[in-house]
Design a protein around this ligand. Structure first.
Ligand code: FCB
Length: 452
């Protein structure tokens, strides 16, 4: 489409391009399976998915993609793809089954095999400490609603750093705290499925302080390692230029983006949001300083934009989400809007000036079909990728410190409350025999990386 400017003509130097990180991302609960194997205990997602009605079709992550067993196959897929980095998360309850005690040797062995297997193939491990799967035992002791969760997370982070820090040089503390807090504790869509606004605020705060503590743990142990957080940033636009719609957009932006970005970048919580939600932020001690501990990069997960109009519909936020008409949407119903990524990056540079930015997730779900010849021609995913990677070039050409891109996802997997119905992978997973097949998009991305 005409609004996407190709930046290929504007690349600065070969060196800059060679440094650019090309990766793919996954998360433990979405791919590992082996939910009860080798000493792993349940996480809140195991509990949640086993409650009838919580996920599409009652799907659970019990088997997921069987990545735990098929690790070597998946490592070889990554090698074939030619990625220079792989972003994965650790299952806390596989590593530390009782949450804050001793490590599970089988869990350590699995992640050692993964990390060593990556390094042997010249792929840099990017380790996400927390991608939503709190050990159920810790939830039973109060979970993220309890301030103690900050200490549990610090212990977990120290354990990770002690075990893997000699080889892992890129760390992401927490993935999308807004999904954990807002979707898990206010909307009830995600584990643990609560619907309590104050609980969600407490959780968001504990997550952010836990993040800051983990940053310090990494930097104290390995000053040369790079650490950041991955935020799910879905930029907000007003449905019209009326003052009411603009104000609605500002409210949603405050709740979804500034609530996390402002304290992380030393501005404290946005006063307008605190006022509007009429909640108490459980801020104690030097929490705001801890949250604002400098990071080496900001991870950005970008999928779409959201549009807000004035209205009383959406509960306490007092606004209405509007579905734009006549636009292309993915199988998730998410608008395809690469320009939103560009606008977001400009804003991040102007308002927060992160030391570096990595797109730690971007991708699209489509109802893929296997052709008679066994091929999966996912042209719309190729198109989505191409358009977003064109935008990446534009962003780089503007001098924004964007240093890498991770496709979501390496392979089809358990898409949370949508179960297995939504496929985001570059590799197709046949859930009958767990075979993997590279889709056309995998071939396209491979070629793109090779040429870059
Ligand atoms: C993000 C999640 C990731 C995946 C994608 C589609 O919000 O971080 O695990 O589900 O959405």
């Amino acid at each position: 489409m005409s609004f996407i400017k190709s930046g290929f003509c504007c690349r600065n130097t070969a060196e800059v391009n060679n440094d650019f990180v090309w990766g793919a991302a996954t998360a433990a609960y979405q791919i590992e399976g082996a939910a009860t194997a080798d000493g792993r205990t349940p996480s809140i997602w195991d509990t949640f998915t086993h409650i009838p009605g919580k996920t599409h079709n009652g799907d659970t992550g019990d088997d997921a993609c069987r990545h735990y067993e098929l690790l070597e196959t998946d490592l070889d897929s990554m090698s074939w793809l030619g990625i220079s980095a792989y972003r994965f998360s650790v299952s806390w309850s596989r590593l530390i089954p009782d949450g804050d005690g001793a490590v599970n040797p089988a869990g350590v062995a699995f992640y050692n095999r993964l990390i060593d297997g990556l390094l042997a193939r010249g792929i840099e491990p990017w380790l996400t400490m927390y991608h939503w799967d709190l050990p159920q035992v810790l939830h039973d002791r109060g979970g993220w609603q309890s301030r103690e969760s900050i200490d549990w997370f610090e212990h977990y982070a120290s354990t990770l750093v002690t075990l893997f820090g000699d080889r892992v040089k890129h760390w992401i503390t927490i993935n999308e705290p807004h999904c954990v807090a807002w979707f898990g504790y206010y909307r009830g869509w995600f584990a643990p499925g609560l619907t309590d606004i104050q609980a969600s605020i407490d959780v968001s705060h504990h997550l952010l302080v836990a993040h800051g503590r983990a940053v310090r743990v990494v930097k104290n142990a390995w000053p040369d390692a790079l650490v950041g957080i991955s935020l799910g940033l879905t930029p907000v636009e007003a449905a019209s230029d009326s003052a009411e719609d603009e104000a609605a957009a500002r409210r949603l932006d405050g709740y979804d983006l500034r609530w996390f970005l402002d304290p992380l970048y030393g501005r404290g919580y946005p006063a307008d949001v605190v006022r509007q939600l009429n909640i108490t932020v459980p801020s104690l001690h030097d929490d705001l300083d801890v949250i604002a501990t400098p990071t080496d990069f900001l991870g950005v997960n970008y999928y779409l934009r959201q549009i807000a109009a004035a209205g009383p519909v959406d509960g306490f936020l007092d606004l209405t989400g509007v579905d734009p008409e006549g636009v292309e949407v993915t199988d998730m119903g998410w608008e395809i809007y690469p320009d939103g990524l560009l606008h977001l990056m400009r804003r991040l540079r102007n308002d927060y000036a992160p030391a570096a930015i990595y797109i730690t997730e971007n991708g699209s779900a489509w109802p893929d079909v296997v052709g008679d010849n066994g091929e999966i021609v996912d042209s719309r995913r190729v198109d989505y990728l191409r358009r977003h990677l064109d935008t990446v070039e534009t962003i780089k050409s503007e001098g924004i410190a964007l240093k890498g891109y991770f496709a979501w996802s390496l392979l089809d997997n358990f898409e949370w409350n949508s179960g297995y119905a939504k496929r985001f992978g570059l590799f197709y997973v046949n859930y009958d025999d767990f075979s993997r097949t590279p889709k056309a998009s995998a071939h396209w991305y491979r070629e793109h990386i090779r040429k870059s």
